[in-house]
Structures are given as C-alpha cells and as structure tokens.
Design a protein around this ligand. Structure first.
Ligand code: PEP
Ligand code: MN
Length: 337
C-alpha cells in the first residue's frame, strides 16, 4: 500500500502516519518527492485496511499497490530517481559512462586505463577486485590489494569508483574503497547479500541476472530499498538465450519497460551483453537511442593480456571513438554525454 500525502502536509503529519503504520506492526518508508511525500507500507501479508489512514491529517490518498514490487515502482514515486555516485548524477539528463577494466590486475594497468578513460570523457571508473569466475582456477581478482589500487585510481583521476561486492563477508571492506557497490549478475538473487548491501547505504549498481525476468530484477532492487537504501541503479547486461553469435543477448527492450514501471535509473552494459569487442560500439549507440541512463564499458590497454574478459575489452582508442559518437547521439534524444 502507498499513502500519498498532500502537498501541504507537514512533517508532523508524515510522522503521525509513520507511527500509525508502525503501531500496526508494519514498516513505513517515507519517499520524499518534488511535489509531495509518499509513504510505502510493507510487511503486510494480506490487504491493509485503508480506513486506518484515510482520515489522518495531511493524507491525500491511499493506493493499494498491486505490483509485487512497491518501493521501486512509479506508483511509489513519480519522478525519476537521480543517484549521486561520488558527486556524479546517474538518472538525470546527462548519460554517464562507467569505464575501466574487467579486473584490476596491477597498479600500472589500472592507472593507465584510468587516465585513458578519463581523458576520453568517462565519468566513473570500474574494475573488479573480487571477481566472480565460472572456474575456480581462473584469476579471482587481487582482493584487498585491488581495492587499494582502486583508491589510488580515484585519487589520481578524480573518477568515483564502481566495484563488485561478491559476498557478505567482504562487503564492508569493499564499501570502504568504493563509491558504488556493484552486485553482479550471478549474485542478483543472493538475498542475504542484497540485505547486507541495503544496510550499507552506498549507491548500488544492481546487474540483471543472466536468466532473470524484469520482475525478478525489480524484486531484487526492492530488497535494497526495503532495507532503506534508495540509491539503486539497475543494469541490463544481457540474458542467456539460444542465440550463440554473442555471449549474451542484450535485451534493450528492458530499458523503456523498466522506465515505465520504475523510478530507478537503468544503465546498459554492452560489454558483457555482447562479449565481443566489435559489437560494443553499435550496441552502445542503440542503448543511448533507447533511453539508457548510463553505459558500462570494459576497456583494457592490452586486451590480449587481460586476465578476464579480454575479447570484449575496448582498446583506449576505440573507447575515445565510442565517447565521441555517444556525445553526438545523446543530443538527438535530448540528453548529453
Ligand atoms: C563485470 O562487470 O565484470 C561482471 C562480472 O559482470 P556480470 O555480473 O554482469 O557478469
Ligand atoms: Mn567483466
């Protein structure tokens, strides 16, 4: 259920509604909007009696929320959410590009990539220190040493850092070094990790699971919001289909679909979405055209030596060209990059 306050409601009115909700043994989630505050109610098993709230001062309307996700829905908040990642807005008019290597391999590799992507116009840096690998024998990331290198990259380039959090045990450590915590496709439904990260209160980049529906993606995001973390960015990174000409099938129709039903920003990752260097630029153009709120691009100065995802990494020159084209294209859809 959603309790919508009227524009003139006072903070005292909001507090009274919150207390009334809590007295029923339920959770109240006030969501401030540009015009008015809405209060999401969760924790109920069946329908909640609207009458308990309708006549409280300041309440404009009580809306039963039919969708299984509540706090992430546009019913809960009409305006787009803009998440600030270390001062970079995600979800606004500008389309930020997150760029960097798949994995942090060394200080030299990380810094060289950082300087190149900043020069080309990226606004956020990415790189994994803890890597989710299909094989236990593949490079697993540098761990804490990788996080320290990421902090150096931020210091040297000024770019805020997006990096993956793999498990609950290392979540706090990763949060000390990151400006945004990435939850990878393989962990999208790791509910204890979602709860933990929801309590950390750092922006989160939540990637769509490789066989997850949009409803499942939004319900995973709901875990984060239900813990009180509203700074959530979704990311379409391709799903597994019968098609084998690309690593995954990038589902660009997810972008306008999510934007219609949720207020959360959604980025596109054409690197994992295609798995092929030559496909990253055309799919980036398509992502901007379809309304993506950001791009996530893997870049490596020597992809043939990369310890993970080399075949999809762009060389720095290719990334500069991508940025040039994206900037031109963004104007066509009323945005900038
Ligand atoms: C990554 O971003 O490097 C990554 C492992 O992504 P995904 O979880 O989408 O596979
Ligand atoms: Mn990768």
């Amino acid at each position: 259920m959603l309790i919508v306050m009227d524009a003139a409601a006072t903070s005292e009115d909001v507090r009274r509604v919150v207390t009334t909700v809590q007295n029923l043994g339920l959770q109240a989630h006030p969501i401030p909007g540009a015009q008015r505050t809405a209060i999401g109610v969760t924790g109920n098993r069946g329908a909640v009696e609207a009458a308990a709230f309708e006549n409280l001062p300041g309440v404009a309307e009580v809306i039963p929320v039919s969708a299984p996700y509540k706090l992430v829905s546009r019913e809960a908040k009409r305006e787009n959410t803009v998440v600030s990642v270390g001062g970079v807005p995600v979800g606004g008019q500008r389309i930020p590009v997150v760029a960097g290597p798949c994995a942090i391999e060394s200080e030299t590799q990380a810094l060289e990539t950082g300087r190149a992507v900043r020069e080309a116009g990226a606004s956020l840096y990415r790189g994994g220190a803890f890597k989710p690998r299909t094989s236990p024998y593949s490079f697993q990331g540098l761990g804490e040493e990788g996080l320290k290198i990421l902090s150096k990259v931020r210091q040297e380039t000024g770019l805020p850092i997006v990096t993956e959090v793999l498990d609950t045990e290392t979540a706090e450590l990763v949060a000390e070094h990151a400006d945004c915590l990435q939850i990878g496709a393989r962990n999208m439904q790791n509910f204890s990790l979602l709860r933990k990260v929801g309590r950390i209160r750092k922006p989160v980049l939540l990637k769509r699971g490789m066989s997850a529906t949009i409803e499942e993606l939004l319900l995973s995001a709901e875990y984060l919001l239900a813990e009180g973390n509203y700074d959530v960015i979704l990311c379409e990174r391709g799903v597994r289909t019968f098609a084998d000409h690309t690593r995954n099938t990038l589902d660009l129709s997810a972008i306008p679909y999510v934007q219609r039903i949720s207020h959360l920003p959604i980025m596109v990752d054409p690197s994992h979405g295609t798995g092929k260097r030559q496909k990253v630029l055309p799919l980036s153009r398509a992502a901007v055209a379809v309304g993506a709120d950001g791009l996530l691009i893997e870049v490596h100065p020597h992809p043939e030596e990369a310890l993970s995802d080399g075949p999809q990494a762009l060389l720095p020159d290719m990334f500069s060209e991508l940025m040039r084209q994206i900037r031109n294209l963004a104007g066509v859809v009323g945005r900038s990059a």
